[in-house]
Design a protein around this ligand. Sequence first.
Ligand code: PXL
Length: 267
Amino acid sequence: MKARVLSIAGSAAQGSAGIQADLKTFQECDVYGMAAITAIVANNSKTTQGIFIHDKEMVKAQYEAALEHVGVDTIKTGMLFSKELIEEIATWLQDCPTKQIVVDPVMIGKMGSQLLADDAIVVLKEKLIPLATIITPNLHEAGKLLNRKTMIRSVVDMEKAAKELFKLGPSYVLIKGGALKDQAIDVLFDGERFNYYEKPRVRTIHTSGAGCSYSSAIAAELAKGRDMEESVRLAKEFVHAAIRHSLSFGRGVGSTNHAARRNYGVE
Ligand code: PXL
């Protein structure tokens, strides 16, 4: 049977991030993609015109409808925005039909829009992250989750942060080092060992959707039955190609190219 993945996340009008990135990534990874939309973000490569948050009944109806007949192998969460929604989603995920849950702790968009309310971080940490198979924070999100005053800047610091985040209860922590100075190295921690995923840094500003696509590719590979190390390795290759062949449509921050692996292969 075709592997099935549900994304619970926001819609990003520009097409590069959020649900749009998730569904494009699912298709490229050859899994069946579904969506429960938490919010509508009216954005493009220059501005965010508005953010409209869905109420929890609306999200629940989508979640239940999607799972009822199709079923699911992996659930991924992206932009959840409010503490009410996170609390609610955590109760569903406690007894959902899969134990494979990818939590991308989305906080701010590439154009600076706020995608997680300030008062929602505590419930994210206490209610949702403990249910996660893997969490995929970038350096900024990892720092925020740990209440750090200063930015995480080195691999040694990423390892330390991964150990601390592991204590919140996920089975794996992946800290993405896309914002490190000269390496694009990510650190995976399983509670005992570290794994490192490194690709040459691509010098581009056109990276909108990179985080969403990375976590979605991990979710897709897990859904197909791959183990975590292999899933992250394949997802890193996918997102590296998507950044290397990113699409600048001429203004502002351009989009990751979800078709890049198919069109150009991996390096
Ligand atoms: O890239 C983070 C992100 C996630 N989800 C939604 C977004 C964005 C960035 O704009 O709009 C809905």
